[in-house]
Write a protein that binds this ligand. Sequence first.
Ligand SMILES: [Zn+2]
Length: 285
Amino acid sequence: MKVFISVDMEGISGLVRWADVASQGIDYPKNRSLLTLDTNAAIQGAFEAGATEVVVEENHGVEDLCNVVMDEVDSRCRVVRGAGRPEATTMAALDESVGVVLLVGHHARAGSFPGIMAHTVSYGGFRAVRVAGQDCGESEIFAIRAGEVGVPVGLVTGDQVVAEQLRKRAPWVEAVEVKRALSNVAGDVIPPVRAREAIRAGARRAVERAAGGELEPYRGEPAPYEIEVDLRNAPSDAMRANLARLPEFEIRGEKTVGTLAEDMSIGFRRIAYLGYADREGTTRY
Ligand SMILES: [Zn+2]
């Protein structure tokens, strides 16, 4: 079975504050190693359960989506990294050939409290993202996209809040809570060395259960999806000018932008675009 691992940084064991996941942060080089070690734990568990191939795809936006330490990552995997990927950006390698999706280091959606470094796609720009009228975070977007290509999500690692949110949609998901969120920037954390044991075991169970047909691809609202993004600030003149040239977007009310997406591949790209649509003259995404 081919296993797809999406690795983000906010839900990596040991990390609680924004400076932990920004390249200027004092611990960033060390924290990249922690990210890589959580990833290795999931890779190890996947192979123990009989995975034949593991592809890791980077989801953390800093440093052009290159955070895995390449000479520390398990040599049995492949890593999809770098910005400007085709199709669903950070889900470029997620297709029908995948047997199960594992989400490592993921985080709660925008607007969550508590929820360590809770956000959806944009750090400061979005107050909320909704799909078909329901609040939706990145882990849930992955579940929707995976469901479209007929693949189940089997594991999420992060805090208790992302676990709850994803399990509301996909109750069969294994959740490894490597920390308990106390606020958006504080947590009650177990040492990463212990968290990695739990991640390895969780990944192994997820892949075993996927192989046994126990996990379902998520089927929520059918496509096309009505997507709405509540911006933190009213759109700037530059953003209004850009969106005026893109008829697929509609400004609704003071701070909300809506779009109807035929699938979550294009839906995810459009959500991401709204994070930088205030750059003058930027209408490509
Ligand atoms: Zn991230």
